[in-house]
Design a protein around this ligand. Structure first.
Ligand code: ATP
Length: 347
């Protein structure tokens, strides 16, 4: 049996069905990341699990116990918000110990738990400061510390790093990964950030319009997306998707049966560029972005398609140069007219 189980979970805001029947089994210790475009229902789903919103349909259970309508305080889950939500007049120590104090925990136990959490999060030198005297990253760690001391069954994170600058976000992401490794606590994490999803998750849940599009390990989603939406949502720059009609006849012939009216997808790193003359698709360079470790080359093809190639080496190409591209069929994804993947039958 799953540790945390969602069965047919639904949420309405007035007439708007924001969550449309979600089924998901989460195993103990798993790190699950919810991703999806703005408004797809990530935060709402997390808030339903946290008990901060009423569940209108379906059931939620934790270790086999139905908690669908249990108040948030009784769910044994701890949530960390994007906004930190710290008490400004309390010290770090008081912020972290507040929930335990309310629960009338023994002061010696509280001290031990707070000190241990502070040590894990490198907050020991700051225990007597108030939040205004901390950096954004330190405040976020206090918010995480406050969750840790409660030793919840499940940690819930709602875009915890989105207020931090890029460098701090990277650092804190690594800390969260270590924390999860050390504590082994079941975690559900909402983010917009591809890199966070790919690096932190055991499994990623891709949501769209209140429904799950696909669930899988980060690389399974990257390598075997079930449809064009997931294919283009996971990965930066996003997968090139070219309508079959905009491919030369020689490439169209490679498409498996069932793709009529559909398209071909190719990750930027799988586009093979040649100087003019040798490849299957003819085109012209529109733009070259030299990023140091890699180079992105944007190409318009003779048939009017746009593609981006990611090269791991530098290139002498410049805008206006003619090029040709090869399609490595091993790496091509084929979509039918509705955007679903059509798998190539093994030869
Ligand atoms: P973002 O990435 O922009 O935070 P999200 O995926 O977390 O988006 P939600 O905040 O869960 O999306 O919202 C899902 C849908 O429910 C949206 O259409 C939103 O407008 C709607 N919604 C969310 N909260 C409420 C509310 N309190 N009242 C009415 N509609 C709401």
């Amino acid at each position: 049996m799953a540790y945390l189980q969602l069965k047919g979970i639904e949420k309405f805001f007035g007439d708007h069905r924001a969550i449309k029947g979600i089924d998901l089994d989460i195993q103990p210790g798993e790190f699950i990341v919810f991703v999806g475009p703005s408004g797809c229902g990530k935060s709402t789903l997390l808030r339903l699990i946290a008990g901060l919103e009423h569940i209108d349909g379906g059931t939620l259970s934790l270790e086999g116990r139905d908690i669908t309508h249990l108040p948030s305080s009784k769910r044994d889950l701890a949530m960390v918000f994007q906004s930190y939500a710290l008490y400004p007049h309390m010290s770090v120590y008081e912020n972290m110990s507040f929930a335990l104090k309310l629960a009338k925990e023994d002061p010696a136990v509280i001290k031990d738990k707070v000190e241990r959490a502070a040590k894990i999060l490198n907050l020991t030198p700051y225990l007597q400061r108030t939040p205004k005297d901390l950096s954004g990253g330190q405040r976020q760690r206090v918010a995480i510390g406050r969750a840790i001391v409660r030793a919840p069954k499940v940690f819930l994170f709602d875009e915890p790093l989105s207020n931090l600058d890029a460098a701090l976000r990277g650092q804190t992401r690594v800390e969260i990964a270590k924390l999860h490794r050390d504590l082994g606590a079941t975690t559900i994490y909402v983010t917009h950030d591809q890199v966070e999803a790919m690096t932190l998750a055991d499994r990623v849940v891709v949501l769209r319009d209140g429904l799950i599009e696909q669930v899988g390990t980060p690389l399974a989603l990257y390598d075997h997306p079930a449809n064009q939406f997931v294919a283009q949502f996971i990965g930066t720059p996003q997968m090139n998707v070219v309508p079959l009609a905009q491919l030369p006849a020689a490439v169209q012939q490679l498409a498996p049966a069932g793709t009529a009216g559909g398209s071909m997808g190719l990750r930027p790193e799988n586009v093979v560029l040649h100087p003019s003359g040798q490849g299957a698709i003819r085109g012209q360079v529109d733009l070259v972005e030299a990023l140091g470790a890699e180079t992105l080359v944007y190409v318009s093809t003779a048939e009017g398609a746009q593609l981006v190639a990611r090269l791991s080496e530098r290139t002498p190409l410049v805008a206006g140069n003619p090029v040709t591209l090869d399609v490595a069929t091993d790496h091509a994804h084929w979509f039918d007219a509705t955007g679903h993947v059509v798998r190539r039958k093994a030869a």
